[in-house]
Design a protein around this ligand. Structure first.
Ligand SMILES: [Cu+2]
Length: 469
């Protein structure tokens, strides 16, 4: 059965299963439900005027499904953190920790030295604080932040220690892009979470969960279950973050309306690319433009496997559309010449069954499980390297700290559109070739990480560390 046929016959039941039947039932019903379940944006934390950023990692509680409170964590709130607006220039950050155990604040996608990266070597102890004086200098992008304690990342991120960063240069009006936060510029954090029968969020991975990564049984968007996005009848920008521990989304709209990809992980594309499907693996971001001018409700869905509703959209006549046509061009770079490649490295993302049965040693890179005290390789500062990355057993999303890279080849061919721009995380479905110039320094005390972003795999040892000197 083709997808469309499947959807035609199955959409109503899918929506019903997700508690979204009213959307299929018609806009009148939907409007009532939307008022109660309207998608909320994380609070804004605008650092542009002050150049200062203050966050507190804390424990909290949240009642996601109306069945009682779950224990959670967040940055400066109960679950997840604020959306931080950054501009280039100095940034004095201050991250406090009252969570109850050590955390870090890793800036996933910010191009900063190892000492500011917030990786596993920069723990903030309970009651302590971390005050990196950073310098931000990179193209606009949607990046994010999350805790990165080795062996604890999966549970801490699952509990909510993550948030989004909008790095902006204030020129989105000139680009013709929607930029009104929460109106036509929406932050969309996609997270599946597992809830028990009483409706409480649980994290207790079994051996099978470790193998495949921990999957949830409910979708949360910005920490909300059953949310409905309300948008103006115009062009709307969605800044999508896959903040899930392990789930890979293959996103599409129920009515097949195109998604116009404008930015990948770390920057804009040269022009919008119309897609029917968009793959988004853990750690990846994508910015898309979607046309809601005709006002018809629709649902953002995901497969593979069983298709399910991720987020329904309805339009609101009282919201004035600010942008009504797609920009023809953006200012992302097309052909990037990073410089002569000095070195090719091969990295194998290993999942050896035998080793795992023997006690968890099977998750590794190039046969070696991660060790905090071992530097795995050294990269020369300013050099350009080509890495050939292979996945074993299943597809692994591969993230490199401290650089933005380009994907040269996927499985011997041209990269998919999702991987055609600047990236810091790439889903390796077999073999991927990437190229990067290593412009940020990282010494042996605070090396950069490269790892699988299925967080259970990362914690189990599918991670390596390298210096850039
Ligand atoms: Cu993996």
């Amino acid at each position: 059965m083709k997808r469309r046929d499947f959807l035609t016959s199955a959409t109503s039941s899918i929506l019903a299963a997700n508690g979204l039947a009213s959307i299929a039932g018609g806009p009148a019903l939907a409007a009532t439900e939307a008022a109660a379940n309207r998608l909320k944006m994380p609070p804004l934390l605008d650092t542009r005027a002050s150049g200062r950023l203050q966050l507190t990692a804390q424990s909290g509680s949240a009642d996601f499904l109306g069945g009682g409170a779950s224990k959670t964590a967040g940055f400066s709130q109960n679950f997840l953190g604020p959306t931080i607006i950054l501009r280039n220039g100095p940034l004095a950050a201050e991250v406090r920790n009252t969570f109850g155990e050590a955390v870090t604040a890793h800036w996933h996608g910010l191009l900063v030295p190892g000492e500011h990266d917030g990786g596993p070597h920069l723990p903030i102890r309970e009651g302590g604080q971390w005050t990196p004086d950073m310098q931000i200098e990179q193209d606009p992008a949607t990046v994010w932040y999350h805790s990165h304690i080795h062996g604890r990342t999966a549970e801490q991120v699952n509990s909510g220690l993550a948030g989004v960063i909008h790095l902006t240069d204030g020129r989105d009006d000139q680009r013709g892009l929607p930029a009104e936060y929460g109106v036509d510029d929406l932050t969309i954090v996609l997270q599946d979470r597992r809830f028990d029968r009483s409706g409480r969020m649980v994290y207790s991975p079994s051996m099978m969960d470790l193998m495949h990564g921990f999957l949830g049984n409910r979708m949360l968007v910005n920490g909300q279950a059953g949310a409905i996005a309300v948008v103006p009848k115009g062009i709307v920008r969605l800044r999508l973050l896959n903040g899930s521990n392990a789930r890979i989304y293959n996103l599409f709209f129920e009515d097949s309306r195109p998604m116009h990809l404008i930015a990948t992980d770390v920057g804009f594309l040269p022009e919008p690319v119309a897609l029917q499907d968009l793959s988004l693996a853990p750690g990846e971001r994508a910015e898309i433009l979607v046309n809601f001018a005709e006002g018809a409700p629709t649902v953002l869905m995901s497969d593979p496997g069983q298709a399910f509703g991720v987020l329904p959209f309805i339009s609101d006549d009282t919201l004035t559309p600010r942008i009504t046509k797609l920009p023809a061009m953006l200012d992302g770079e097309q052909d990037v010449i990073l410089g002569p490649e000095v070195r090719t490295r091969r990295l194998s993302l290993d999942m050896g069954m035998g080793g795992m049965m023997m006690g968890g040693g099977g998750f590794a890179i190039n046969g070696r499980s991660f060790e905090m005290g071992r530097i795995d390789f050294e990269v020369a500062l300013g050099s350009v390297e080509r890495w050939i990355v292979r996945s074993t057993m299943i597809a692994h999303p591969f993230h490199v700290h401290g650089v933005r890279f380009r994907v040269l080849k996927e499985n011997g061919g041209s990269p998919r559109p999702e991987n055609s721009g600047w990236k810091d995380t790439v889903l390796v479905t077999g073999e991927a070739e990437i190229v990067a110039r290593f412009d940020q320094p990282a010494g042996p005390d605070t090396p950069f990480m490269c790892h699988c972003h299925i967080l259970e795999h990362e914690d189990a040892g599918m991670m390596a560390q390298f210096t850039v000197t």
